[in-house]
Design a protein around this ligand. Structure first.
Ligand SMILES: O=P(O)(O)O[C@H]1O[C@H](CO)[C@@H](O)[C@H]1O
Ligand SMILES: Nc1nc2[nH]cnc2c(=O)[nH]1
Length: 357
């Protein structure tokens, strides 16, 4: 059920009167607090009487997320306002946009002369609710280029519609961004991949698209791009080749692959049968993000470079071993261990883009 607190924020509870969200566990900011009282509208199974006041423990971020989730689509003008806010507030016009994957937020820490915007202070911006996604937009200089980096992306499983998950890519476009660098943590399905490897994305299988869901659903605004965009050649070959060359220079070519990523809705990790099916479809790595961002970026004609950090090996055979189960702590730990290599790859590639422009 849904109710509203005194600030007009939306708060929800399930049939047992417990709040929806994270089952009482702490969110990424750890500042869970009493944020709302609301009047229960009906009897609950735990005998809370009708009209009795109950307390709702959602963090301020979660309440704001719920409110933003319930907003409708983002028209061009609203996205323009957000872009103007960022360009004016930073006094910079970025050329490269970076989306940091789970545990890869340090990609934004290497940005110099940074102007940092917390998502909750950006008008009409969603907020991050996942651990490992700090919820900050960082604008500044990296290897001679002005970049804007999202320390925290939005996922479908957080409750945001896909168009909202990838709305920041359009903000990037209207800020002046020409290149999207999207990174993610992913499970390796290709048996040749090891934990810690980097897979440069050269294609994707859009499972959410198979199910009839797209960030471009709804009326098309031609100021962003065409109604029916083509997606072959979505991943810029020149940038992939440059990254492979950089991998050699860094001495990590044995841990680098070029492969196919697939995005599932999450938040569950995959079953063995699903992983087998994905492998049969030619998928090398699986996650819960990136594809809708790439679609949105290609729709508005941005050049795309994307890679997956393989944070866990996906089991494709049945076994009783607990080790076979993916978990987010492991994902974060591997990302932390490999963040230096990921940062270096991104920095060197940006240096090359700058050198050749
Ligand atoms: O894709 P990113 O944001 O890197 O995160 C990946 O890791 C999380 C699961 O551990 C999911 O959010 C999945 O999408
Ligand atoms: N769907 C999915 N997302 C991930 N993110 C990191 N690892 C995984 C995984 O194994 N599956």
């Amino acid at each position: 059920m849904t109710g509203y607190n005194s600030n007009g924020d939306v708060a929800t509870s399930n049939a047992n009167g417990h709040q929806n969200g994270h089952n009482g566990s702490s969110n990424n900011n750890g500042n869970r607090q009493l944020t709302a009282d609301y009047t229960a509208q009906e009897n609950h199974t735990n005998n809370i009487n009708s009209q009795e006041k109950i307390q709702c423990y959602l963090s301020t971020e979660e309440l704001r997320a719920l409110r933003v989730m319930n907003e409708d689509t983002y028209p061009y003008e609203v996205i323009q306002e957000i872009a103007d806010f960022i360009v004016k507030g930073s006094n910079m016009r970025p050329k490269i946009g970076i989306i940091c994957g789970s545990g890869l937020g340090s990609l934004a820490d290497i940005i110099q002369d940074a102007k940092v915007f917390e998502y909750e202070k950006i008008p009409n911006f969603p907020v991050s609710t996942v651990e490992g996604h700090a919820g900050k937009l960082v604008v500044g200089n990296l290897e001679g280029a002005v970049v804007m980096a999202m320390q925290g992306r939005f996922h479908f499983y957080e409750g945001y519609p896909l168009a909202k998950c990838s709305m920041p890519v359009r903000v990037m476009k209207l800020c002046g961004v020409e290149y999207l660098f999207a990174t993610n943590a992913a499970g390796g399905i290709n048996p040749k991949y090891s934990v810690g490897d980097i897979m440069l994305m050269h294609d994707h299988v859009n499972m959410l698209g198979f199910a009839g869901n797209s960030p471009l659903q709804g009326p098309n605004d031609p100021r962003f791009g065409p109604r029916f965009p083509a997606l072959v050649n979505s991943y810029n070959k020149e940038l992939i080749n440059k990254a492979l060359e950089i991998g050699k220079q860094m001495g990590i070519e044995a841990n680098m692959h070029v492969g196919v990523y697939s995005c599932l809705g999450g938040p569950t990790y995959e079953t063995i049968a699903e992983l087998k099916a994905l492998r049969m479809m030619g998928v090398d790595a699986v996650g819960m993000s990136t594809v809708h961002e790439v679609i949105t970026a290609r729709h508005c004609d941005m050049k795309v470079f994307a890679f997956s950090l393989i944070t866990n090996k996906c089991a494709t055979e049945y076994s009783d071993k607990k080790d076979d189960e993916a978990n987010h702590d492991e994902v974060m730990a591997v990302a932390k261990n490999r963040q230096k290599a990921c940062c270096e790859l991104v920095a060197r590639l940006i240096r090359q883009i700058q050198a050749s422009s």
